[in-house]
Write a protein of this length. Structure first.
Length: 272
């Protein structure tokens, strides 16, 4: 009932899952990930216990394939399970029980595992793998979504579309740097959930990505005067105050301004 990708970033620091399904709120069921350990997707007749049990195995340094072997060996319902796992290092691993509904299967490689069931055919996971490999220069959330979008375009879940999610972790990547959740985006019930997730990732990049130091514009001279005037015209006494209200505080920099923040400021209009 689902297709997913579990992946690790090229630097090994980000771990995550992207998933889509004709199933309500699939993001509440399938993905799990922990920094320094790994990530997994549990699906088909999903065993939600796999999430904590699998992460516990991965935290001990267990390889992805060995984690799957341990999970399935202890599960009397394994014939109906499907699971993909990536550890902190090494190749990904995928398991498809013999009683999963066709088409069901998966592909794996260094740092990724792709799997699905009740799919239109094997082309779904093949296209997901192609997109994953072709997007090596992108961030992990973008790579995961690229793979998901390719699978969706290739046919995806044979029953249709309903929900999708992208979940990734990276040490200190959470809001304010005090947590590890990098991205946690879900579309629970929508006719185009994979497309909507892509739009949400764009918003996440705008609001929560840190500014590129090489693009920062010094806040002095005419630019400083422009920013001050625009902020005051909007009813604020500082750039920090305006940015906080607009949820752009993660993009603030000392004595400089992110071009994306400046773009948003120039487009802003006073609230009615």
């Amino acid at each position: 009932m689902t297709f997913s990708i579990v992946g690790r970033s090229a630097d090994g620091q980000s771990l995550g899952v992207a998933v889509a399904s004709k199933f309500l709120a699939v993001g509440a069921v399938v993905p799990a990930a922990a920094t320094g350990a790994g990530a997994l997707a549990t699906q088909a007749y999903a065993n939600l216990a796999y999430r904590e049990q699998g992460l516990a195995l991965l935290r001990t340094g267990t390889a992805a394939a060995d984690a799957i072997a341990g999970l399935t060996a202890a599960d009397p319902g394994r014939a109906q399970r499907q699971v993909g796992v990536v550890a902190a290092t090494g190749p990904g691993a995928s398991y498809t029980g013999p009683e999963c509904f066709a088409w069901a299967g998966g592909v794996t490689g260094d740092g990724y595992a792709i799997q699905g069931n009740i799919l239109t055919g094997p082309e779904v996971v093949a296209e997901m793998e192609r997109a994953w490999l072709a997007s090596a220069g992108a961030s992990l959330p973008r790579r995961l979504h690229a793979a998901l979008a390719a699978g969706d375009a290739a046919g995806g879940d044979s029953r249709g579309r309903q929900s999708a999610a992208v979940y990734s972790v990276r040490r200190g990547a959470g809001y304010g740097g005090a947590a590890d959740t990098e991205v946690d985006l879900r579309v629970d019930d929508d006719p185009d959930p994979v497309g909507r997730i892509g739009a949400l990732i764009s918003l996440w990049e705008l609001y929560f990505n840190k500014p590129d130091p090489t693009t920062l514009l010094p806040l002095d001279g005419d630019l400083a005067q422009e920013v001050r005037a625009r902020v005051q015209a909007l009813g604020y006494d500082s750039l920090d105050a305006w940015a906080g209200v607009e949820n752009l505080e993660e993009r603030l920099a000392a004595d400089a301004i992110d071009p994306l923040v400046l773009e948003q400021l120039r487009a802003a209009r006073p609230r009615p």
